[in-house]
Design a protein around this ligand. Structure first.
Ligand SMILES: Cc1cc2nc3c(=O)[nH]c(=O)nc-3n(C[C@H](O)[C@H](O)[C@H](O)COP(=O)(O)OP(=O)(O)OC[C@H]3O[C@@H](n4cnc5c(N)ncnc54)[C@H](O)[C@@H]3O)c2cc1C
Length: 501
């Protein structure tokens, strides 16, 4: 497939990734200066799973080296700045209440204290127009009163979804789950499914368990955000890691995972330098980890086949819109699911012929002390639809996405074009560039990826993977929690077995 590299979309061309080199007689900075030659654990990638793993392992007393190829920590949990003081968050649209407990337990009370609820979730489509707090109580009210479904059916549905867990029957699809409880009710399915499709790209063909777990997490108490923005969160995480002794290196691209003759990790090659270690936790995309960093020649054929079959979720596009300083908009909700489709149609949601968008409205309260109004529009559009365009077509397509988004936004923010100071778009190609994720994969893999991720240590001793996989382990909460689960596996691996008499 023809793929064109494109310069940075979030922060300008990235010229300084790679090994120390001499440009015009000036020695480029060595981002690994004073790094040790050996660590207990090397963590590859600083997404929320990588950050949480590095912090957890350091707290457990391990020497940890965290390597991130980008110049900023956070992975998809990131932000960028533009002229005139604008700041945009990429993936701060909403997460479940579980983040409060995870941040308190695995990070700090201070981080947990900045998590606040988003109360205005709106749906605007040809089938219905409503606002909700997006929790079980309010959804029960809506589905019974507005959609006329019996209370018992709704209750049974919530209970069934809540009880699903990893060990349940994985054969039922999400579509079958809806058919069981709400047969023929396209409108109810739309209400229940549209936000989750946006949240993780999942479809009606995905296993019901992936829906049940993610949906129930949200329904327990609604949608939450981090007050102060992603930069505040990631900087607080960085401070905590430094406090715990993690050796953090940005602009450090891992090129290879070194495997010894007994199929055991021995080290990594990063920016051209070899660093030894006893264990590696890769937060890079699962496929990149297996095929680019290890290489299929080091793995069982059967496992390679399974890994090849893993499908990726590759469908995130965004438009970032900042209002001029001093301009504002009336409160129009926090998250708005807008669709022009008459019925619920997942293919339409995922298509580049955009007819569905989710708007995140950011008010000054989002970043106390910052007086700006910002809107981020998220659209699902597949990598393939962008990667094969010529440079001109790509630029024109992005401009078209910006223009049509502003046209659509006009109905919620009148005179938007007069108020806008800055607008730009990102595509799966952008995400690929910044995270190195195959095909710009934004929510990791489909369900089958979880098993492949979990089985990696059986293939290569001391090699672990944590990061968005299996839909369940994606999103901010899934990534943090998976990071903890896998770092505990690493800790167990590194702890010598005590002989019992
Ligand atoms: C547009 C968008 C909106 C989203 N909105 C939400 C939301 O509202 N709520 C929510 O809960 N989730 C959201 N998500 C999903 C969420 O952001 C991700 O699931 C989560 O942040 C992923 O974390 P991760 O640990 O899997 O790793 P990632 O964030 O994917 O990070 C992996 C890291 O590894 C680094 N890396 C890769 N290869 C190498 C290498 N060879 N050497 C060194 N470093 C390497 C990358 O640079 C990156 O920093 C959104 C995602 C996107 C793209």
């Amino acid at each position: 497939m023809h793929f064109m590299w494109r310069p940075g979309r979030w922060s300008g061309p990235d010229l300084n990734i790679g090994r120390p080199a001499i440009f015009g007689g000036v020695m480029a900075k060595d981002f690994l200066k004073d790094a040790k030659d050996h660590y207990d654990v090397v963590v590859i990638g600083s997404g929320l799973a990588g950050l949480t793993s590095a912090n957890t392992l350091a707290r457990q007393g391990r020497s940890v080296l965290l390597l991130e190829h980008h110049y900023q920590l956070g992975g998809m949990a990131t932000w960028f700045k533009r002229r005139n003081g604008h700041i945009f968050d990429i993936s701060l649209h909403g997460f479940p209440i579980g983040m409060v407990k995870s941040c308190r337990k695995y990070w700090t009370q201070k981080i947990a204290d900045s998590i606040v609820q988003l109360k205005g979730v709106r749906f605007e489509n040809p089938q219905f127009s409503l606002q909700t707090t997006f929790d079980r109580k309010d959804f029960t009210r809506l589905i019974t009163e507005e959609f006329g479904i019996k209370h018992k059916t709704v209750d049974d549905f919530f209970t069934f979804a809540r009880k699903m867990n990893f060990y349940d029957d994985q054969a039922m699809t999400t579509g079958e789950l809806f058919e069981k409880f709400f047969p023929g009710r396209d409108d109810v399915v739309r209400l229940l499914m549209e936000p989750i499709t946006y949240a993780n790209g999942s479809t009606l063909e995905d296993p019901a368990i992936t829906y049940g777990i993610v949906f129930s997490n949200f329904m327990s108490k609604g949608v939450y955000t981090f007050q102060g923005g992603t930069d505040k969160l990631v900087n607080q995480m960085k401070d905590e890691m430094i406090e715990n002794g993690v050796d953090i290196r940005i602009r450090s691209n891992v090129e290879k995972i070194e495997v010894g003759p007994d199929r055991q990790v021995t080290g990594v090659v990063v920016n051209g330098r070899r660093i030894g270690c006893d264990a590696i936790l890769s937060n890079a995309n699962l496929k990149q980890t297996i095929f680019d960093l290890i290489g299929p020649e080091n793995l069982d054929k059967e496992y390679v086949k399974e890994a090849e079959a893993v499908r990726l979720n590759t469908s995130s596009c965004q438009v970032y819109i900042a209002l001029k300083p001093g301009e504002s908009f009336d409160h129009c909700g926090d998250l708005l699911f807008h669709s022009e489709h008459t019925g619920f149609d997942i293919d339409a949601i995922l298509s580049r012929n955009v007819s569905s968008r989710t708007f995140s409205f950011y008010y000054p309260e989002t970043r106390p002390g910052h007086d700006r109004y910002v809107i981020v529009s998220s659209t699902n559009a597949r990598f393939e639809d962008w990667a094969n365009l010529s440079e001109e077509e790509y630029a024109a397509s992005k401009q078209d996405l910006v223009d049509t988004t502003l046209d659509c936004l006009e109905q919620y923010v009148p005179n938007i074009r007069e108020k806008v100071d800055h607008a730009e778009a990102s595509t799966p190609v952008t995400f690929q560039h910044y995270t190195k994720h195959w095909r710009g994969s934004s929510f990791g893999t489909k369900f089958e990826g979880l098993d492949v991720s979990r089985k990696l240590p059986e293939q290569i001793g001391g090699l672990f993977h944590a990061g968005s996989v299996g839909i369940i382990m994606s999103g901010w909460l899934g990534a943090v929690n998976y990071g903890v689960i896998v770092s505990n596996d690493v800790d167990k691996y590194l702890t010598p077995a005590v002989a019992t008499v």
